[in-house]
Design a protein. Structure first.
Length: 669
């Protein structure tokens, strides 16, 4: 007698299916439309192949293209496999390594033969065509379970040394999944956890595009061989792909490195890898942001401090950063080899020091000066703190990833009964600031990682406090994209993350607040409680901009260089039509400067259309055009950057009043 399994569906119904049945069989039993639309299945919460048989009674949810997040991850994973198969079809002898899905597509790392040499972007059209041929063949993606010895021997036999090396790091005795495209022995096969679609033909051959090629070290280590990484973007259909390509084109126009050069904001050069040379125009933006943030934190009850750049290595050892973060720290003097990897090594001449990669331990040292009473809490310490992190050279990217950066960093020392209120107050502060810059956002809760400090009880408490604060603030909703992210917290604390959405729909993780019981304990921070005993404070790490460098980079791209008037480095240019208006233009400029506006005059003997075009390229918000008529009437012709309106005539008094009001920062209006 055939054994029957009970399969519970999301609508509450239960279907009895014979042993050996698959989610695809359930979809077919419900109807042909669902059978065609179903891509994969969530079985007892785990995403699985739709052709993988049930092992017993189960809860089942079928995944279709309507489940966009799951569906995109599935198809992108499949496109990566198809890419690898296509490359090996075209270039025999090429070794495969790994190819994950990414936020907008996929990539795969290859080791080409010495004769072939690294892949280039000229190879991409041929590879795309071969991928479409693999998709059109509609070969089934078949899951098989092998033991480690068999997998290793397979890759050795097929000249796949990278895969053979990796297999030996998988736990011995645990089954390993291999995926074949097709049923034949000669068909393509790869090591993969899955899941995958039922066949290559489930992919849309017009919904992907290979985008670029770069170098990548095997396992990210510069000591290892250099591989060729081929990137692609992939979507559920061609319409989504086309929309994404338009976004990429728009993003290229907004690239902060390109606009930073055109607007004379900053530059980077080899003499200071990963550090920014701010030009006067760029530093005006920085100063305006710094002043804006100072007003915000002063009003919110923070007390600003300044802490040293270099601290004794023993302080970093005690905090836990030395063991977890030392490879990303700049050491002073040079590190001397030792036997204990987690302990600092002394030179014999002077104590080992490190340039600070974060401000947290220094703020604890300020907190520990003197005796703190429970009545003094919460204590909110803020610093525009300059930090240094030894990021890999290949990871550096304009203002977005640098080695020297300044954080709008603060730490709130509080009692347990104050945590929820403090986090709610921070949520309100962050909301107001992000709205001032025109951002919408989502909020995520990053939960405990596998490697962490602190007890499970402390993590339970910290996670629930952050969760309760967001719920209490009314932000744990679909409107705010509320989501919990298992395993993505810091090693010392869970954290709330603010993911901003910019003008073209990209997201940026910027703000954060973390609830930390570990660092106060490791650094022996205490306060005197109402009972007269010493207790550990809770330490809330928080930032809103994240870093000034990255936030300015995001703003440049968000605004496409067209900053709101209060942030614009040059707010207005007075441009003459004829030299007879030069004296009047100087008077207009004096009026603008007298009310604190950042303005210049363009008195060159050039045609006005040339001047308009030049200042538009520099993203100057306002152009005040003056000629003989304007000089006689005491007026200006006002042009706005990006406005459809050609120009607006107004008196000089009206123009000065209007511009002055518009140039006020949003928090001062």
């Amino acid at each position: 007698m055939t054994k029957m399994f009970k399969i519970a569906l999301p609508d509450g119904s239960v279907r009895e299916m014979p042993q050996g049945s698959t989610p695809a069989d359930v979809a077919a039993a419900i109807g042909p439309g669902l059978a065609k639309a179903a891509l994969a299945a969530r079985v007892d919460g785990e995403v699985r192949d739709i052709m993988r048989p049930f092992e017993g009674d189960a809860n089942l949810a079928l995944i279709t293209s309507r489940d966009e997040k799951d569906a995109l991850e599935l198809v992108r994973h499949d496109y990566a496999h198809v890419l690898a198969e296509a490359v090996q079809n075209l270039y025999p002898g090429t070794q495969i390594t790994f190819g994950p899905a990414t936020d907008d597509g996929f990539y795969y790392d290859f080791a080409p033969t010495a004769e072939r040499g690294p892949f280039t972007e000229e190879d991409l059209p041929a590879i795309e065509e071969e991928m479409r041929r693999v998709i059109a063949a509609d070969k089934p993606l078949v899951r098989e379970v092998w033991d480690r010895a068999r997998v290793r021997q397979f890759f050795i036999d097929h000249g796949e040394s990278f895969k053979a090396e990796w297999v030996m790091e998988l736990p011995e005795g645990e089954p390993i999944t291999m995926y074949k495209t097709g049923h034949g022995e000669a068909d393509w096969i790869d090591l993969c956890r899955g899941p995958h679609l039922a066949s290559t033909g489930k992919l849309d051959p017009q919904a992907f595009k290979l985008t670029r090629v770069s170098g990548a070290y095997w396992r990210g280590d510069p000591k290892n061989p250099m591989l060729s990484r081929i990137y692609g973007t992939a979507w559920l259909n061609k319409k989504q792909l086309d929309a994404h390509l338009v976004r990429l084109e728009e993003a290229a126009k907004r690239d902060h490195r390109k606009l930073g050069q055109e607007m004379d904001l900053f530059h980077l050069q080899a003499e200071a890898h990963g550090s920014v040379f701010w030009h006067p125009n760029g530093y005006i933006i920085w100063r305006e942001l710094e002043a804006y943030m100072r007003r915000a934190i002063d009003a919110a009850g923070y007390r600003e401090v300044k802490t040293p750049q270099i601290m004794d290595a023993r302080q970093w050892e005690q905090s836990g950063h030395w063991g977890k973060y030392r490879e990303n720290m700049f050491i002073v003097p040079d590190e001397i080899p030792g036997t204990d990897e987690d302990a600092p090594v002394l030179s014999g001449q002077a104590d080992l020091m490190a340039i600070k990669p974060m401000n947290c331990p220094a703020h604890v040292l300020i907190f520990k000066q003197g005796i703190t009473s429970y009545r003094d809490l919460p204590l909110r310490i803020y610093e525009n703190g300059c930090c240094h992190r030894n990021e890999p050279h290949g990871a550096l990217h304009g203002l977005m990833r640098v080695r020297q950066f300044t954080q709008d960093d603060a730490h709130i020392f509080c009692r347990e009964d104050q945590i929820v209120d403090e986090v709610k107050a921070f949520c309100a502060l962050a909301d107001r600031i992000y709205q001032d810059f025109g951002f919408t956002y989502s909020i995520k809760l990053a939960l405990r990682p596998d490697q962490r400090f602190g007890s499970d009880a402390d993590w339970d408490l910290a996670e629930s406090e952050l969760r309760n604060a967001v719920v209490s603030a009314g932000l744990a909703t679909e409107q705010y994209g509320w989501e919990e992210l298992p395993g993505e917290g810091a090693f010392y604390a869970p954290k709330l993350e603010w993911h901003l959405t910019d003008a073209i729909g990209r997201t940026w993780q910027v703000g954060t607040i973390q609830s930390d019981r570990v660092l106060p304990d490791r650094l022996d921070a205490t306060y005197v409680a109402e009972d007269g005993e010493r207790h550990r404070p809770i330490m809330l790490h928080r930032a809103i901009f994240g870093s000034y460098e990255r936030f300015i980079g995001i703003l440049i791209e968000h605004y496409a260089g067209k900053f709101p008037l209060w942030l614009a480095p040059v707010q207005a240019v007075v441009a003459t039509i004829v030299s007879d208006a030069d004296d009047y233009a100087k008077d207009v400029l004096s009026r603008l400067k007298a009310v604190g506006l950042r303005a210049t005059a363009d008195l060159r003997n050039e045609k006005i259309n040339y001047k308009v075009r030049e200042h538009s390229l520099k993203k100057v918000p306002l152009l005040l055009v003056v000629g003989k008529r304007e000089a006689e009437e005491g007026s200006v012709a006002l042009r706005r950057l990006g406005s459809d309106e050609h120009q607006k005539m107004m008196t000089l008094d009206e123009a000065v009043a209007m511009i002055t009001a518009e140039a006020v920062a949003p928090d001062l209006r």
